[in-house]
Structures are given as C-alpha cells and as structure tokens.
Design a protein around this ligand. Structure first.
Ligand SMILES: NC(=O)c1ccc[n+]([C@@H]2O[C@H](COP(=O)([O-])OP(=O)(O)OC[C@H]3O[C@@H](n4cnc5c(N)ncnc54)[C@H](O)[C@@H]3O)[C@@H](O)[C@H]2O)c1
Length: 350
C-alpha cells in the first residue's frame, strides 16, 4: 500500500536538491501553492539545505542524506531536484518506500537506469513516478496541441523550433546541449504530435565566439517522426539576448506559433521596445506552478496523471541516438519501442 496521507489534506513533502530549481520548488510550495508543507530537505551540500530552510522560513528538518529523507516517516511524497546523475538511485529508493515521487528531468541519465525504474514501478503495480516536463502544463503548448488534434492546420508537415539560452555554464558540454536542453523538445513534440521519432541528425553550426571553449554552440537537431513530419530545432545556449523558445507548426492548411510571454511595450526616444525574459524560471513560471500544484492534488487523491516514467524513458532513449549522431556526424535511425499497457492507460499522450 502507498503510504497513507494525513487526514487534514496537507501533503508533507521532502525535497532533495536545494540548487536552482530545488529552491524554486521550495519557494512555490512555501508561498504560492496550497495543500502542501515542506517538512524535509536534503542536499549533498549541507549548507545549501540549511540556507533553504532559513531563506524560506521552513519548519523542516535537514536530512544528512537523500535516502534518509526518503525513508522519513513524516515525508508523504518526494521532489527530486538534485543533479541528473543522482535521479535513478533516489527514484528507485522512493518506489521501494512506496511514496509518490516528482523527479526533475531527466528521469535518469542512461537507458539502463530508465528501464530499471519502469520495471520497478510496474512490479509495484501503480504509478508512483512523475517527471518534471513542465511544458505540457503551459497553456500555450496546450492550445497548440488542441489546434493539432482538432485538425485546424490539416495534416502537420513540419515544425521549426528554437531553444535559446542567454549563456551556458562554464562546464556545459556539447552532449549536455542534448541531455539538458534538447530533452524538453524531445518530450514536448512526442506529446504534441502523439508520434514517435524515427531518425535524428545533429548538425554543428559555425561556432559563436561567446561559447565556453570546447562547446559546440549553436547546433541543429533534425528529427523525423514515424508519420513523416520533419522537425528542426535550433539549439543556441549562448545567444546573449535572453531566454527564448520558438515553435512554429506548419500544416497543409495553416501555421500555428507559440507566443512569447506577454511583456509591456515601452515607447521612448522615438523607439518602441519590449523586454525579453532572461531565464526559464520566468518563461515557464505559470507552467511550473500548475505542474507542482497538480502533483500535490493528485498525491492527495492517490492517482498521478502527469508526465510518467515512460515519457522520461523515451526522452532519454531518443537523446542517446542524438548523442550518437553528434559523435558520428551522420543521421541515425531510432527503433520505435512499444509502450507497455501499464503506461498507456495513464499516459496523457493518448
Ligand atoms: N524542468 C526544468 O525546466 C528544469 C530546469 C532546471 C533544472 N532542471 C533539472 O533539475 C535538476 C537540478 O538542476 P539545477 O539547475 O537546480 O542544478 P543545481 O546545480 O543548481 O542544483 C543541483 C543541486 O543538487 C545537489 N546535489 C548534487 N548531488 C546530490 C546528491 N547526491 N544528493 C543530494 N543533493 C545533491 C547539489 O549540491 C545542488 O545543490 C537537474 O536534473 C536539471 O536538469 C529542470
């Protein structure tokens, strides 16, 4: 049985990883969301966990290790926001402890780890794991999905997309452009199109002088889906001007485009301009809030409906073929995997 949640309808949550997004989730739970209390935190950097408690005024315990937090009696559900390589171990411990788990992307960094997670979850027999693919909670993407489903554009032919960050961390690698950046597009296009990728080519572009040494930036990902849709994604993680996400869906009867967040327009000195957001936290602020609030609500009623472990697995799976293409400099075929019935029934893609 899943751990029974206290009768007063407050989900007592433990958060592992108090870096950038861990603190963001703590802040939204502490200040904006309902039905939740952060009762435990843990980070390999103990000072960071302590700082999070004092910064957000939490009545929470700082645990020495993530595994201790997972086992803690007072913790109903877990948010994993530590670095990607740590996810698999914590998710598997969480499943063993029979607790609901929200894990930031990626589900895990290798195909083998993802397989171990979906096997453990299926053996348990009920969904316990949700992956932090917040874009499907974004109203703009939801509208695009409805437009596609309602066949307003006729048959979809191609998608032009871009994922631009102002600047990348010093240690960012060409591979991380796939595993940390492109991974969002790898998930959202499966969700939007209800289609699978069958080929990928990663194409290097003339390097910007603004990128850290050794990083190939920008790059193109050229993807093809089972139904024949072609998708090009520009990945430019040192674009300088701000954070920017583009998605233009081209159908035989029209084109639909993802709008940027609305910004006040200023007229001054014979010019008109509006501000461009600098970071992902603000671009997807509403989507993150809805994503975590729905996770809380669904834990309280005992049934997760958000992005499942299969979606996490598929993104990591396709990312591995993207990495192979990047290394070999050629198009790579991606065998299509059959989704187990266990995930089909709960999967929002359908
Ligand atoms: N959904 C999104 O849009 C989104 C955005 C940003 C980050 N992320 C994901 O969230 C995760 C964290 O990213 P971030 O930007 O906050 O990184 P970060 O480096 O700011 O924070 C990571 C934290 O994890 C801690 N940590 C490392 N190993 C640990 C361990 N074994 N146990 C406990 N804590 C450990 C680090 O000390 C650090 O505080 C990554 O997987 C990243 O891909 C998702």
């Amino acid at each position: 049985m899943i751990k029974q949640i206290s009768g007063n309808k407050t989900l007592k949550i433990g958060i592992i990883g108090t870096g950038a997004i861990g603190q963001d989730h703590i802040k939204r739970c502490a200040n904006f969301l309902s039905g939740v209390e952060v009762v435990a935190v843990s980070d390999i950097d103990k000072k960071s966990a302590q700082n999070a408690i004092s910064t957000y005024g939490l009545d929470a315990k700082a645990y020495e290790s993530g595994n201790d937090l997972i086992q803690a009696k007072e913790v109903d559900a877990i948010i994993i926001a530590s670095s990607g390589k740590t996810h698999a171990e914590y998710i598997l411990s969480g499943i063993e402890a029979k607790k609901f788990i929200f894990c930031e992307k990626p589900l895990a960094t290798t195909i083998e780890e993802c397989q171990a997670i979906i096997e453990a979850e299926q053996t348990y027999g009920k969904r316990l794991v949700q992956v932090g693919f917040m874009r499907s909670y974004d109203r703009r993407y939801q509208e695009l999905k409805k437009i596609i489903q309602d066949k307003k554009l006729g048959q979809i032919l191609m998608i032009h997309a871009a994922h631009r960050n102002q600047e990348s961390p010093e240690n960012f690698t060409s591979e991380m452009v796939i595993t940390d950046t492109l991974i969002h597009e790898l998930d959202i296009f499966r969700w939007l199109l209800n289609d699978e990728f069958v080929t990928v080519s990663m194409i290097p572009i003339r390097k910007t002088s603004k990128a850290p040494k050794g990083l190939q930036d920008p790059q193109f990902a050229l993807l093809e889906t089972q139904s024949g849709i072609r998708i090009n994604v520009e990945l430019f993680v040192n674009c300088q001007y701000g954070y920017d996400i583009k998605c233009e869906i081209v159908g035989e009867e029209g084109v639909a485009s993802l709008p940027a967040p609305a910004a006040v327009s200023i007229c001054q000195h014979e010019k008109r301009y509006d501000q461009i957001l600098a970071n992902w936290q603000d671009w997807f602020l509403e989507a993150y809030n809805i994503e975590i609030q729905e996770f809380i609500n669904e834990c309280l009623v005992g049934k997760l409906q958000g992005p499942d472990a299969w979606r996490g697995y598929m993104a990591t799976y396709v990312a591995e073929f993207c990495i192979e293409s990047q290394k070999k400099g050629q198009e790579i075929a991606i065998p299509v995997l059959k989704c187990p019935d266990f995930y089909r029934s709960d999967n929002k893609i359908e």
